[in-house]
Design a protein around this ligand. Structure first.
Ligand code: P6P
Length: 306
């Protein structure tokens, strides 16, 4: 039988506090998966009728996912600070423990149309306001055709699939390695004329000339998951509307960059590794370029050309 999530954690030589915390995240996401799967029957589709700190319309399921994660993490006794996309300020839970930044339900514009969405988490030893390279663990849960938890503890990337019969996350991908080079690029080309970098347009044209195909779900978790497994490149660049890009550093860019680099890929803001960015604000945004080594290096080459 495939190794259950908790058993896997005990085999990794990490401390019991981190094991407990990761288990809390796993059980919270199982609960969220249950709500996502039945959303249409629970009357939790649609808007909650408010906007969040990002100025985005909050979906009912966003709020529910946020409440589930806050409840589980506040009470597990292993957390000192919590940062959520849905909460303006950092929540101080206790004096000691790990700090977690999370996006409770990423891709929420896709909830009502039954397209994959996900939860993203980033764990630091004391504060989440540190460079991504100092993350203790990072991961996501994708609520897709199957519910998968993909995680790194800093020694490679592993994937677990939720088994509906037992209700356990079971090890299904013992070593996720990103292909050196792919054939897919993922970017919202509707914004093409707004991109700050004209040389980015040249890079996308270069990929098209080299017979790349385009895939864009509009859920970062889905687009990054595909990129991790199939290779290629995912980009959310700076543009005239989002001068620092749209994706948030603490609970989108940083954890995803950690996974991508642990899987053998690369990530950049266009001017520096995402994992080297020192956070200045809780909800700050950064441009995101991540994926296979070949495509990211080629993209940076194009963007540095004078
Ligand atoms: P756009 C979802 O709202 C999200 O934060 C990410 O999951 C996704 O990658 C991005 O925004 C999509 O943004 O502007 O292309 O719709």
């Amino acid at each position: 039988m495939a190794v259950p999530f908790t058993a896997y954690l005990f085999q990794q030589g990490i401390d019991d506090e981190l094991i407990l915390l990761l288990n809390e995240i796993a059980s919270a996401t199982k609960e969220i998966a249950g709500k996502v799967r039945k959303a249409g029957l629970l009357g939790v589709l649609g808007s909650a009728g408010k906007t969040n700190v990002q100025g985005e319309e909050v979906q009912k399921l966003d709020e529910l996912a946020n409440e589930i994660l806050l409840e589980n993490l506040k009470n597990c006794g292993k957390v000192c600070q919590l940062t959520s996309e849905e909460v303006e300020d950092c929540l101080i839970v206790s004096e000691s423990g790990y700090s977690v930044a999370f996006d409770p339900l990423d891709g929420s514009s896709n909830i009502d149309v039954n397209v994959s969405i996900g939860t993203i988490f980033s764990i630091h030893r004391d504060s989440v306001m540190r460079r991504g390279r100092e993350q203790v663990a990072a991961g996501y849960v994708i609520y897709g055709p199957s519910t998968m938890l993909v995680m790194s503890l800093g020694n490679g990337v592993v994937g677990f699939t939720l088994d509906p019969e037992s209700g356990n996350f079971l090890l299904s991908h013992p070593e996720i390695r990103m292909p050196e080079k792919g054939k897919i690029y993922s970017i919202n080309e509707a914004n093409r004329d707004k991109w700050t970098s004209g040389r980015l347009r040249k890079f996308i044209d270069f990929l098209k000339e080299n017979k790349y195909t385009q895939r864009y779900v509009g859920s970062m978790v889905a687009d990054v998951h595909r990129t991790l497994l199939k290779g290629g490149i995912f980009i959310y660049p700076a543009d005239r509307k989002n001068t620092n890009g749209k994706l948030r550093l603490l609970y989108e860019a940083k954890p995803m960059a950690f996974l991508v680099e642990q899987a053998g890929g690369l990530s950049s803001t266009g001017s520096e590794d995402i994992l080297d960015v020192v956070p200045k604000e809780l909800h700050q945004r950064v441009p995101v370029i991540l994926g296979s080594r070949w495509e990211v290096e080629k993209c940076l080459e194009f963007m540095k050309e004078n």
